[in-house]
Design a binder for this molecule. Structure first.
Ligand code: ATP
Ligand code: MG
Length: 257
């Protein structure tokens, strides 16, 4: 099982949309996928058609080791993958974990028990560099960073890159920055083109080839409990996320990323 975190401490940059649609895209090309919602907002859970208010077990129970992933995961019927859901309970986990041992490694240990069940685990991180995000980073082989090509985007990026570097050095030798994904892209906006060029010159092949356009169908889909990729497969946003899923699989075949 390959494990990827979708992370960016900036809010509203398209993490959840990316995690949900990457999970759905990978499922569509025949992969067995587990989507882990690590955000107390529970948006990835709801966007997969799983009601966060009705979870009997969630990622909270998994982090506190009162349940395993095999019992707590649920099926996203619309997405064709499994979901380890989250809701507001998770907000309390942060404080409860602080006093516990192996607090960074709870998710990693839990994922190790289901490694034969899935080809991919995709982890949707909250908009912070918190203990929850740290659990994601300590579990993962790689980090996918969705970003909008705006002026301040590059600034926040260095904090995240440093965090990934530190986790790699101290906690998880397997962790790599897989790539930067340009999302909500509008090629008519000159500034976005400029920032996109800057990104490519700074980060080279760490910038994914696939670009996700701004597309309202992707924003409408969650209220129907469906990934955009399933809600309107013909839309430009859906097509782009399917291409991104294919790019991820391809990168993996070219050499473990
Ligand atoms: P948070 O930091 O709060 O977890 P996030 O980084 O997960 O946010 P999303 O929830 O995925 O970001 O996206 C923020 C908003 O932008 C949502 O309303 C979403 O529907 C919308 N959105 C995301 N990607 C696109 C896109 N490519 N085109 C249009 N709207 C988009
Ligand atoms: Mg989110």
């Amino acid at each position: 099982m390959r494990i990827y975190c979708v992370a960016n401490q900036k809010g509203g940059v398209g993490k959840t949309t990316t995690a949900v649609n990457l999970a759905a895209g990978l499922a569509q090309v025949g992969q067995r996928v587990l989507l882990v919602d690590l955000d107390p907002q529970g948006n990835a859970t709801m966007g997969s058609g799983v009601d966060k208010r009705q979870l009997e077990l969630s990622v909270y129970d998994v982090l506190l080791e009162s349940a395993g992933i095999a019992e707590a995961r649920q099926r996203s019927q619309s997405g064709g993958y499994d979901v380890l859901g989250a809701n507001r309970d998770l907000a309390g986990a942060e404080l409860e974990l602080v006093g516990l041992e192996r607090r960074n490694e709870r998710l990693r240990t839990a994922l190790a028990a289901v490694t034969a069940d899935h080809d991919f685990a995709i982890i949707d991180c909250p908009p912070s560099l918190s203990l929850l995000t740290l659990n994601g980073l300590c579990s993962a082989h790689g980090v996918i960073v969705p970003m909008q090509c705006e002026y301040f985007a590059l600034e926040g990026l260095s904090d995240l890159v440093n965090t990934v570097r530190q986790v790699h050095a101290n906690l998880n030798r397997e962790l790599k920055l897989i790539g930067l994904l340009r999302v909500m892209f509008d090629p008519r906006i000159t500034l976005q083109q400029q920032v996109s060029e800057q990104l490519k010159s700074h980060f080279g092949d760490k910038v994914f080839d696939t670009v996700i356009p701004r597309n309202v169908r992707l924003a409408e889909a969650p209220s129907y409990g469906r990934p955009g990729l399933v809600f309107d497969p013909a839309s430009r946003g859906a097509q782009a996320y399917l291409a991104f899923a294919r790019e991820m699989v391809q990168r993996l075949q070219q050499g473990p990323a």
